[in-house]
Ligand binder design. Structure first.
Ligand code: ADP
Length: 398
């Protein structure tokens, strides 16, 4: 039995889960939020209990120490020596990583080199890595990349039609994201729903505040919606998803904003929030739409259309599909949005959906929502990126 820690460091947060492997038993989970503030929040859940404290958390090193102190204080571990590996989620691995690797000087240098591709998360990943390394110097660390699963895409799926020399020189291409989630969902679909069928064709829809789809054949990603960065693909909570690139040039002229300012608007003030003017959270938009708010209805329809269009595209890309999976905040919890999406593809794809059952699937439930005569299985499967990190940790040490 080994205890391993899955860690997700963001710019001002640190989420963690301690597992006992290979049982995949969660010993505790929690997060430190508002790192850098005097009113930081530290939470831990274990054994059905929860502890929350509000205190200054000036930096990630303090957050890591809070985590480690809590583990011994609450008797979750007797000694920190019990932790045998720390797995760090890393958003951007560029073209360099097709699987998890040791987080060491060599991989750190590459992750640091990729900061221009992910200025928001990459510095936080590095800070988190060092904070754990300082606290647990003898414990191996691994980096688990959100982009790794998508490295099996072929050139025609990942190249942009820009001058080829730029693709080469600047590594400007589609990398995708959410790969750990897509891989988890596809693996589970193949194993538990498709009986290990060879050449299985699966469309995975990870639809949360950030949203992406992947087309997966035989367990390998062939296409995904996010691009050079997570801004690409479907419309999201605050992100535009794909647009005609001339929008930037035109809006720069109209608004006087420069490309960097527009990029910020496209990332943080667009999507569900920008179109609805209400919220980036589908719960608020759904409530407004159900009360007849026309902007909310339009926002919901636009969102569903954009997801539906990619489902159609991936159905063709895979030459059909055996299964479609909905997951993440919206995919797992919103019967309303699942229905809006499925209604837009069901006729063309020959789906038969049990919409009554769909209504009752939320809050972490897993279920098949298609009916027996459906051309493919449509299921809701809660994602679990942390267990994938824990599994890679276990592989590293066992
Ligand atoms: P991310 O990991 O990208 O931050 P999540 O996958 O946690 O996002 O999704 C969060 C989003 O899911 C919310 O912004 C909201 O739009 C939507 N959502 C709908 N219902 C729920 C729910 N019951 N719980 C959490 N999120 C929900």
């Amino acid at each position: 039995m080994y205890k391993v820690m899955a860690v997700n460091c963001g710019s001002s947060s640190l989420k963690y889960k301690l597992y006992e492997m290979p049982e995949e038993k969660v010993l505790c989970s929690g997060l430190a939020e508002r790192i850098g503030h005097d009113d930081g929040i530290f939470k831990i859940k274990f054994d059905g209990k929860e502890d929350k404290r509000v205190l200054p958390i000036p930096d990630h090193a303090v957050a890591v120490n809070l985590v480690l102190e809590a583990l011994t204080k609450f008797g979750i571990v007797k000694s920190l020596d019990e932790i045998k590996c720390v797995g760090h989620r890393v958003v951007q691995g560029g073209k360099y990583f097709s699987h998890s690797v040791d987080f060491d000087d060599e991989s750190e240098a590459i992750i640091a080199k990729l900061i221009p591709l992910d200025p928001l998360h990459a510095p936080a990943h590095l800070v988190g890595y060092h904070a754990f390394k300082d606290a647990l110097p003898d414990v191996p660390a691994i980096a688990v990349f959100d982009t790794a699963f998508h490295q099996t895409m072929e050139e025609e799926d990942y190249l942009y039609p820009i001058p080829y020399e730029w693709s080469q020189k600047y590594d400007c291409r589609r990398y995708g994201a959410h790969g750990t989630s897509h891989q988890y969902l596809a693996n589970k679909a193949i194993k538990e729903y498709l009986g290990g069928k060879p050449n299985s064709r699966i469309i995975t829809c990870h639809i949360g505040s950030g949203a992406s789809l992947a087309a997966v054949r035989d367990g390998k990603c062939v296409a995904t919606t996010m691009g050079l960065t997570p801004l690409g693909g479907v419309m999201m909570g605050t992100r535009t998803g794909d647009m005609d690139p001339s929008v930037t040039d035109y809006l720069a002229t109209c608004t006087g904003l420069d490309v960097h300012e527009l990029y910020d608007v496209f990332n943080k003030k667009s999507g569900l929030l920008g179109v609805s003017g209400i919220s980036n959270d589908t719960r608020d938009i759904e409530a407004a739409a159900l009360q007849g708010n026309e902007r909310a209805i339009l926002t919901s329809n636009l969102f569903a259309r954009r997801v539906a269009d990619f489902i159609g595209s991936y159905f063709v890309r895979l030459g059909g599909a055996d299964m479609m999976v909905f997951s993440a905040g919206i995919g797992e919890n919103s019967p309303y949005y699942r229905r809006l999406i499925l209604e837009r593809v069901e006729e063309a794809l020959g789906l038969k959906i049990d919409y009554k059952l769909n209504e009752s699937i939320y809050g972490g439930k897993e279920a098949v929502i298609s009916l027996p005569g459906s051309s493919m299985i449509v299921a809701v499967i809660p994602t679990d990126e942390e267990v994938m990190i824990a599994r890679d940790c276990y592989k590293r040490i066992a």
